[in-house]
Design a protein around this ligand. Structure first.
Ligand code: ZN
Length: 159
């Protein structure tokens, strides 16, 4: 049973390096792009907003958690979160690997705690936070009701 262990540790090593890389390069939009910050789900949400005439800033470096999409006019932040890493409640993608359970649980716990802290901080600063889950950007589910609701309200404000 040596091989699976080697494979697992390689995978873990990759996961850890990716996370390390991700946090380090969140400050650099250019590098972030290379390391998968501009993920497909995020691009789907961005093009949707763009089509609807919204203006937004990307990967704010000054706001808590360096949010993905910032809509200053509506004082709204849109975060596109991967279901697996950010533990979308009740989602089929929110699986937990059977091996190295402790490692994963700790990691997931940290991610969720960080997301909650970010949400609290943003609200304190008077921002609304809209979370779009990765699974909500699939062809079947997009756009999710939460996003349509935001668009509807935003258009009411500007009218
Ligand atoms: Zn999900």
């Amino acid at each position: 049973m040596l091989l699976p262990e080697i494979e697992l540790s390689d995978t873990l090593y990759q996961v850890i390096s990716e996370m390390d890389v991700k946090s380090k390069f969140q400050r650099s939009e250019n590098m972030s792009r290379i390391h998968g910050k501009d993920t497909k789900p995020e691009m789907i949400v961005r093009s949707f907003l763009h089509r609807h005439g919204f203006r937004f800033r990307l990967h704010s470096k000054v706001l808590p958690g360096h949010p993905d999409i910032v809509l200053p006019k509506y004082r709204t932040i849109i975060e596109v979160r991967g279901c697996f890493w950010h533990r979308h409640p009740g989602c089929k993608f929110t699986t937990t690997p059977a091996s190295n359970l402790e490692f994963w649980q700790k990691k997931f716990h940290e991610n969720v705690r960080r997301d909650e802290a970010q949400s609290v901080e943003l609200r304190k600063l008077g921002w609304d936070l809209l979370v779009i889950w990765g699974c909500e950007t699939s062809r079947k589910s997009f756009p999710p009701p939460s996003l349509l609701d935001f668009v509807r309200k935003a258009k009411e404000i500007t009218q």
